[in-house]
Design a protein around this ligand. Structure first.
Ligand SMILES: Nc1nc2c(ncn2[C@@H]2O[C@H](COP(=O)(O)OP(=O)(O)O)[C@@H](O)[C@H]2O)c(=O)[nH]1
Ligand SMILES: [Mg+2]
Length: 254
């Protein structure tokens, strides 16, 4: 903005009259107004394009990765979509979400990675999260990813659940994925613990989560690829169920 006004410097010291300087300010104001209007139009267009893209994706079941920021959503997106059965790498890139078509044993579905939900999303930012929020609203299945190694992970879960509530998506078919078990062990397990005790603790954690949240859940490490097969099998069954509900007479077995 600074350089914008340097052309007025020369006008300084003019005698009390309405000089060319002020007219220039008016002109500059108009230019800025026009520019804002143009940008608004462009944003509207991007929004329309995103909507069209969403419509064009047809009748595939849609799965979205949701969760607090930094929990491993994007890592998991790559793990799930780049697996050996991954067939097509089609990117439907919108402003801030990535959608990929994934095919598992001939069963296709759309997987989207979204921007993380954070506590107290500033209202002026909500607009820029619109495509993430739309994506979530239009999803059939949500994968709620949690970083269990984070000391505040239970608060994070609540924040995400509140956001989903506001979106009217809290009753959506949901799979809870408790991620970063490797980090959890590293942080909280003492070296002297024997394997049996470690396994028992993990089992207790699993039971605690199962009791706390009314959704199917899997404990994984996205970076170490631990329990990814179990996650895939669980998710595949959930997607199958959605297809069966949607196309009761058409679904073959995948
Ligand atoms: N130790 C560990 N780190 C992970 C795991 N999954 C993701 N991360 C790391 O956590 C950070 C955030 O991951 P990212 O996928 O970008 O999170 P997002 O913000 O939810 O998309 C990155 O540094 C990842 O490498 C995991 O299972 N274990
Ligand atoms: Mg991410």
């Amino acid at each position: 903005m600074r350089g914008l006004w340097t052309h007025l410097e020369r006008q300084r010291g003019g005698i009390g009259m309405r000089g060319p300087g002020e007219q220039e300010i008016e002109t500059d104001r108009r230019i800025i107004r026009d520019k804002i209007a143009l940008l608004k139009k462009r944003l509207e267009k991007i929004d329309q394009q995103a909507q069209t893209q969403r419509k064009n994706r047809g009748e595939l079941i849609r799965v979205s990765l949701v969760g607090y920021t930094n929990v491993g959503k994007s890592t998991l997106m790559n793990v799930l979509s780049k697996s050996d059965v991954f067939a097509e790498n089609k990117l439907f890139a919108t402003l801030d979400t990535t959608v990929r078509k994934v095919v598992w044993d001939t069963m296709p579905f759309l997987l989207s990675d979204t921007v993380g939900f954070i506590r107290k999303l500033p209202h002026h930012l909500v607009e820029s999260f619109k495509s993430t929020l739309d994506e979530v609203r239009e999803s059939d299945i949500l994968i709620h990813v949690v970083d269990i190694a984070h000391p505040q992970h239970e608060d994070h879960i609540l924040t995400v659940q509140n956001t989903l509530n506001e979106l009217g998506a809290s009753d959506r078919t949901t799979l809870m994925v408790f991620n970063k078990v490797d980090l959890y062990r590293e942080k909280y397990f003492d070296d002297y613990l024997d394997q049996g005790t470690k396994a028992e603790i993990m089992q207790e954690i699993r039971e605690k989560f199962s009791n706390m949240y009314n959704f199917p859940n899997v404990l994984i490490s996205a970076t170490d690829k631990e329990n990814i097969d179990l996650l895939r099998d669980t998710l595949k069954d959930m997607i199958m169920e959605e297809y069966k509900v949607r196309y009761p007479f058409q679904v073959k077995s995948w």
